[in-house]
Design a protein around this ligand. Structure first.
Ligand SMILES: Cc1cc2nc3c(=O)[nH]c(=O)nc-3n(C[C@H](O)[C@H](O)[C@H](O)COP(=O)(O)OP(=O)(O)OC[C@H]3O[C@@H](n4cnc5c(N)ncnc54)[C@H](O)[C@@H]3O)c2cc1C
Length: 557
C-alpha cells in the first residue's frame, strides 16, 4: 500500500504510527535540514538563537495597519522536526471547555474526554527532583503519562532560591491563586511550567527525538529532505458534481506543513475559494472558501525591568494564566455585556474582510468564544517572568477575536507563488483594549511587594516614553510600535462544519476529497490557552488512530 506524505511537528508523529505497520509505505517530505546536532536546537538554554538562522523560515507578514503599518515576522522551524526544534519547549495543555468547544463547531467526537488519553499516551513525564520541587515545580500524578515518547519535566537548570515563592505570593495578593499543575484541563493561576526536555541528558525533546530518530531506519519509512511540497498532483479528479479528488489508486496524502503553509498547498492544488483561485489561474477543483481563513495568532509584547541582581544561565518557566476577572476586576461584568453586544458587529467586520462565510457563521463562533471567556472563565492572558540581565515580562493574549488569513497572492517569475500572511492583529478593538489591560496588570504586578522588591525600575519602554501613570493612548502607541506575533498560529484549515468555514471533517479529511488529510496546527479551530505543541501531539495521535481505523474499515468493506 502507498502511504501518506507528510512533514513535521505533527507529521512525524503520524508517520511514526502509520509506519509501525511494515506493509504501509510512508514518505516524508521536508525542505529543511536535519540539524540534529545543532547546539542551538539541542541545548535549551540556546533556544533564542534560532530566530533568523538558517533553520528558521522567518515568514514576513503583510504591513499591519493596526501596528503602524509594520510587517511582523513569524518564526517557524525549517528543519526535520519543524517548529518543535526551535520553540520555547513549554508544555501546558489547554482548558477543558476549549476542546469541548471544537465539538460545538462541528468536529464530531472531538472533546476533552476523547483527547485526554492521547494527551497522556504520548507523554513520558519525569517527576521533579526535591530541589526542583522546592523551586516551585509541582505535579499532580493523575495528569501525566509515564510511558509515551515525548519527555516532559523540569530542566536541571531550574532556578532554585526564593524567586518562585516571591512571584507566587505577589500573584496571590493580586487575587491570582497558585496552580500546582496546569496540565489537567484547568489552566488558571500562577504556575511553574514543565518543559519538553529530557531531564537526564538536559537536551530538548522534540517531534524528531520522540517520534522520528528512534524509528528512522524502518525500511518502509523514507524521508525526502530538501524537497518542498507545492501542490498535490491530482489525477482522476472527478469534477464538482461528486466533489471528489483521487490522488492515485491507493495513496493518501497528509499535509502537515504548518498553519502558515498548509493552506497554500491546498490552494495551489485547486482547493479553496474559487474567486481567488480563478484570479491566479488555478483550476478550482473543490470549492472550500475557508482555506487560509480563520487565522488566529496571539499578540505578544515584552516589558523589561531592571533587576536587583542579574540571574544568568538558568531556566525560569514562571507564568500566570489570568482570567477576565483577574484582568478587568470590577469592570468584568460591564465588559462582558459590552462585548456580547458587539459580537454581531465584529462578526460583520470579520465576514466583510474574509469573505468566506457570512456574519451568522462568524457570530456563532464568537458566541462560543465569549462563553469561554466570560462564562467558562478560561484564561485570557499569559504573563511570564524571566529574570536574567533584566527581568523580562513577556505576555500575550490567549483568545483574541481578530481573524487573519494566509493565501497565495500572485505567481512569481519562477512559477512559485508569493504568499500573503495577514494576521490582522487588533482588527477588533477589544483585542487591543484587553492587551493594554494585560500590560497594566504586568505593571501592577511588578509594583506590588514582594515582587516589587526584586526590581529597581522599568528599562523598556523607558519612563519618558511610557510613564507609570501612562494613559491608554500612550500605551496604545507603544503597543502599536512593539507588538510581535506569539507564533502560535492555528485555524487556517479548521476542523469545523463546512457552514462555519471548516476545511477538514472530524476524520481530518479535506472536505470534497477522498484521500487528502491535514494534520497540523491548521486544523485546530480556536486558540488554546495552553501551549500549542501538547495539543498538536494529542490531535496528531488521535488523528493517526482515526486514519488507521478508517483504513481498516475500508479494508473490511
Ligand atoms: C519561536 C517559537 C516558540 C514557541 N514556543 C512554544 C512553546 O514553548 N510551547 C509550545 O507548545 N509551542 C510553542 N510554539 C508553537 C509550536 O512550536 C508550533 O505551533 C508547532 O510546532 C507547529 O506544529 P506544526 O506541525 O503545525 O508545524 P511545524 O512544526 O512548523 O511543521 C511544519 C513543517 O513543514 C515544513 N514545510 C514548510 N513548507 C513546506 C512545503 N512546502 N512542503 C513540505 N514541507 C514544508 C517545515 O519545514 C516544517 O518542518 C512556538 C513556536 C515558535 C515559532
Amino acid at each position: 500500500m502507498h502511504g501518506p506524505q507528510a512533514s513535521c511537528t505533527s507529521g512525524l508523529l503520524v508517520a511514526n504510527r502509520l509506519s509501525a505497520n511494515p506493509n504501509t509505505r510512508v514518505v516524508l517530505i521536508e525542505p529543511g535540514s536535519d540539524d540534529r546536532n545543532n547546539p542551538n536546537v539541542t541545548d535549551p538554554l540556546n533556544r533564542d538563537e534560532n530566530a533568523n538562522s538558517p533553520i528558521d523560515w522567518s515568514y514576513e507578514s503583510t504591513p499591519q495597519s493596526r501596528l503602524n503599518d509594520r510587517s511582523v515576522e513569524f518564526t517557524a522551524g525549517k528543519i526535520v522536526g519543524g517548529s518543535s526544534m526551535i520553540n520555547g519547549m513549554m508544555y501546558i495543555r489547554t482548558a477543558v471547555p476549549e476542546v469541548d468547544g471544537w465539538e460545538r463547531l462541528g468536529a464530531k467526537g472531538w472533546n476533552w474526554d476523547t483527547l485526554w488519553p492521547f494527551y497522556k499516551g504520548i507523554e513520558r513525564f519525569v517527576d521533579p527532583t526535591p530541589e526542583q520541587a522546592e523551586a516551585g515545580a509541582g505535579v499532580n500524578p493523575e495528569y501525566h503519562g509515564r510511558s509515551g515518547e515525548i519527555a516532559v519535566g523540569y530542566p536541571s537548570q531550574l532556578l532554585t532560591g526564593n524567586l518562585s515563592p516571591t512571584l507566587a505570593a505577589t500573584w496571590e495578593i493580586l487575587g491570582v491563586s497558585v496552580c500546582q499543575d496546569a496540565n489537567g484541563g484547568k489552566v488558571e493561576g500562577y504556575t511553574v511550567r514543565p518543559m519538553m526536555v529530557d531531564r537526564e541528558s538536559g537536551l530538548r525533546a522534540s517531534a524528531a527525538t520522540a517520534f522520528y530518530y528512534p524509528i528512522s531506519d524502518r525500511p518502509n519509512l523514507k524521508l525526502m529532505r530538501g524537497t518542498a511540497l507545492h501542490l498535490l498532483w491530482i489525477e482522476h479528479a472527478r469534477e464538482a458534481g461528486s466533489q471528489c479528488i483521487m490522488l492515485n489508486e491507493s495513496g493518501e496524502v497528509i499535509v502537515a506543513a504548518g498553519a502558515l503553509v498548509t493552506p497554500t498547498i491546498l490552494e495551489a492544488s485547486g482547493v479553496g475559494n474559487p474567486s481567488l483561485l480563478t484570479k491566479l489561474g488555478i483550476k478550482a477543483r473543490v470549492e472550500l472558501p475557508g482555506v487560509g481563513e480563520n487565522f488566529q495568532d496571539q499578540p505578544d509584547l515584552t516589558l523589561s525591568y531592571c533587576p536587583k541582581t542579574a540571574t544568568p544561565g538558568v531556566f525560569t518557566p514562571y507564568a500566570a494564566f489570568v482570567t477576565a476577572k483577574d484582568v478587568f476586576g470590577d469592570k468584568t461584568e460591564d465588559i462582558a455585556a459590552a462585548t456580547e453586544a458587539n459580537l454581531r458587529t465584529w462578526a460583520e467586520t470579520v465576514a466583510a474582510t474574509s469573505n468566506h462565510v457570512g456574519p451568522d457563521a462568524i457570530e456563532s463562533i464568537f458566541r462560543l468564544q465569549h462563553d469561554l471567556i466570560f462564562k467558562k472563565k478560561v484564561a485570557i492572558g499569559e504573563i511570564t517572568m524571566t529574570p536574567s540581565k533584566a527581568i523580562a515580562s513577556e505576555y500575550w493574549s490567549l483568545l483574541p477575536f481578530s481573524r487573519g488569513s494566509v493565501h497565495l497572492h500572485s505567481k512569481t517569475a519562477n512559477g512559485t507563488y508569493k504568499v500573503d500572511i495577514d494576521p490582522r492583529f487588533f482588527q477588533i478593538d477589544y483585542d487591543e483594549q484587553s492587551f493594554i489591560a494585560l500590560c497594566r496588570l504586568t505593571e501592577k504586578f511588578l509594583a506590588t511587594d514582594p515582587a516589587a522588591k526584586q526590581v529597581t525600575g522599568r528599562i523598556d519602554p523607558k519612563a519618558d516614553q511610557i510613564p507609570t501613570d501612562a494613559t491608554d493612548e500612550q500605551w496604545k502607541s507603544f503597543v502599536k510600535s512593539a507588538t510581535v506575533p506569539n507564533c502560535h498560529v492555528l485555524g487556517t484549515a479548521a476542523m469545523m462544519s463546512r457552514e462555519l468555514g471548516g476545511v477538514v471533517d472530524e476524520n481530518l479529511r479535506v472536505y470534497g476529497t477522498e484521500n487528502v488529510r491535514v494534520v497540523d496546527a491548521s486544523v485546530i479551530p480556536l486558540q488554546v490557552t495552553g501551549h500549542l505543541v501538547s495539543t498538536i501531539y494529542a490531535v496528531a495521535a488521535r488523528a493517526a488512530d482515526l486514519i488507521l481505523g478508517t483504513r481498516s474499515e475500508s479494508a473490511e468493506q
